[in-house]
Design a protein around this ligand. Structure first.
Ligand SMILES: [Zn+2]
Length: 605
């Protein structure tokens, strides 16, 4: 038997197996048991929460040969046919592909006829909001006076798009998003049944990446299993999803609490080398603050499911409750403003710097921003400006772009100087700025004014230069070359990595998605890829994803193959190694093949 994807294998077959939507199920079960049947049901909720699954179970309940029941037998011809998707009296329509009024007329022409074998003729219309207005009108008459033998089951991700005339004739159920906790519980039970080893922290990563969709969670788990070679570990999931290390987030939080702007900037600089998704990073930062506050106010409610309890406790005791609220609020505002920032990185940086700059006054007085150590005699230590400048001259081998960016940050960091010590501080800074710039540029500027002009110009150049070089002509490029430059993350990255390029004209990119991964597809990913391409190329690129049989190698397959080659190469090297050969000969040793892993890491699918 061929491998069945988890999402299909573990699709619930009865209401009892379906978890997380108890409020809806209770109402349905009651209605079925008391035989109070409505003729049209609407299930609303985001993708992957179980809308069509519930509708299909309801169809079984209505048509089970044992009678209308809340517990369909699952064995009669009707139940089996519905489960296998071949019941003649369950008419499933995907409104996304059949929106026309003619389609609807054709469909409704047969409404008047009795069901072929079952009790009811059940129409299951998925994504019903996609129907055209005329189609809705064609359907309305049937909805107003439905024949006794007809039931309508509608599913939609966007109930607001339904005409009020249709809405008012349906019994509406709103399905809840799956919480990460719930997803983790489900994944735990699935993996235990499959006999696959896993780390709980890995499941939390998958749960968060699935963004409320159980189907996505199971699809990602499928991939994690093959990626991690039949084990779901945090390291492999992290590498697969391209998520950031939580340690980095704690490092940043620590620097913010210590009001150490310099450390914040340095860490962001080093993180920027891995081209992280700064918006996601800010999300993660806020999620940690949320957990810190819970630790402070309701310690019992915190668990170690993220594997960071120690860190949480440490942070919780080093910052006041009010300050956590303040940082959180600043972070939320920063998140809102991120689209307006020149780029995500500077927006992220400014948000963290704002957290430092806006600390309440009495706290500033007890611990001035740039004073290190507790002794009062210590005076002012090196400011971030001079530190970054000295760092700049130290790293002369680094690329010019990096230099330019660091200088650009000087301009951002400047307003941080503490008001009370402003004059003294600025004086010192100006002198240092002057000194550094003079030595670096070997200019003979003598006045402080001159140095300022120089640094301003450099900042302006720095802001313009990278943008000009970042625009790229992708015409004729292979998908393997384009994809890493798009800096996608999460499900979008996974989906894109499983595509090949079908067509690449200047304005339109057609991708072919491997049908094994068809469940990952939805319109938002097309939009995200198009946006990333727009940023990369500097013009609007249209993206269309088709699902089909992929024959060429996808980036995911390429990465997989390269991993295999590196592994083979590593094993080969070990076998040929003179020291190892001596050990084997002299001590009757054996080479443990499984323990060999290539050192090169960081590859992503
Ligand atoms: Zn049955």
């Amino acid at each position: 038997m061929s491998y069945q994807v988890l999402a299909r294998k573990y699709r619930p077959a009865t209401f009892q197996e379906l978890e997380g939507q108890e409020h809806v199920l209770q109402a349905l079960v009651n209605a079925l048991e008391q035989n109070r049947l409505h003729h049209a049901y609407l299930f609303a909720g985001t993708r992957g929460v179980g809308k069509t699954t519930i509708a299909r179970i309801l169809a079984k309940c209505l048509n089970c040969e044992t009678g209308v029941t809340a517990i369909p037998c699952g064995e009669c011809a009707s139940c089996v046919e519905i489960a296998e998707g071949r019941s003649v009296d369950l008419i499933e329509v995907d409104a996304a592909s059949r929106t026309g009024v003619d389609d609807m007329r054709e469909l409704l022409e047969n409404v008047q006829y009795m069901p072929t074998v079952s009790r009811f003729k059940v129409y299951l219309i998925d994504e019903v909001h996609m129907l055209s207005r005329n189609s809705f009108n064609a359907m309305l008459k049937t909805l107003e006076e439905p024949p006794e033998h007809v039931k309508f089951l509608f599913a939609t991700t966007d109930p607001k798009k339904l005409p009020i005339t249709v809405l008012s004739r349906c019994l509406q159920f709103n399905l809840k998003n799956m919480s990460p906790e719930h997803v983790v519980n489900c994944l735990t039970s699935v993996l235990e049944k499959e006999g696959i080893t896993f780390e709980e922290s890995a499941l939390w990563q998958l749960g968060r990446a699935a963004d409320g969709s159980m189907r996505d969670a199971l699809s990602l788990t499928d991939q994690a299993i093959s990626y991690g070679e039949n084990a779901v570990t945090e390291a492999s999931v992290k590498s697969m999803l391209g998520t950031l290390d939580q340690q980095d987030v704690y490092g940043l939080l620590d620097a913010v609490i210590a009001k150490d702007a310099n450390r914040v900037l340095t860490q962001v600089l080093s993180m920027a080398e891995f081209a992280p998704d700064f918006a996601a990073l800010l999300d993660e930062f806020l999620a940690v603050l949320h957990r810190v506050q819970i630790t402070q106010l309701a310690r019992d409610a915190i668990d170690n499911s993220h594997g960071d309890k120690e860190l949480l406790l440490a942070v919780a005791s080093s910052i006041s409750r009010e300050d956590v609220q303040l940082l959180y609020q600043i972070g939320i505002n920063g998140q809102r403003d991120l689209p307006y920032a020149p780029d995500d990185r500077s927006g992220f940086e400014m948000t963290l710097l704002r957290m430092i700059a806006f600390t309440p006054l009495e706290i500033v007085e007890t611990s001035p921003p740039y004073e290190e150590g507790g002794d009062g005699s210590g005076g002012i230590s090196e400011s971030p400006i001079s530190q970054i400048l000295s760092q700049l001259s130290d790293n002369q081998s680094k690329s010019t772009e990096r230099k330019a960016r660091s200088v650009a940050k000087v301009a951002e960091a400047k307003p941080l100087a503490k008001p009370e010590v402003k004059s003294k501080h600025e004086q010192r800074t100006d002198e240092e700025t002057k000194a550094k710039i003079e030595t670096k540029k070997e200019s003979d500027t003598s006045s402080s004014e001159g140095a300022r002009v120089d640094s301003t110009r450099e900042v302006q150049e720095a802001e313009q230069a990278p943008k000009a070089t970042e625009v790229l002509d992708i015409n004729g490029m292979a998908w393997n070359e384009i994809l890493p430059r798009l800096k996608l993350a999460g499900v979008t990255q996974t989906l894109a990595a499983n595509c090949t390029l079908a067509e690449n004209t200047a304005q339109c990119l057609k991708l072919l998605l491997n049908e094994q991964h068809a469940s990952l597809w939805n319109k938002t990913h097309e939009d995200r890829i198009a946006r990333a391409l727009g940023t990369l190329t500097g013009y609007d690129v249209q993206v269309e994803i088709e699902i089909g049989l992929v024959e060429d190698e996808t980036p995911a397959q390429l990465a997989e193959r390269q991993r295999g080659q590196r592994q083979a190469h590593a094993e080969d090297l070990m076998k040929k190694d003179a020291v190892i050969q001596t050990l084997i000969e002299n001590f009757n040793g054996k080479l443990d093949q499984d323990s060999i892993t290539p050192i090169q890491s960081g590859d992503r699918s």
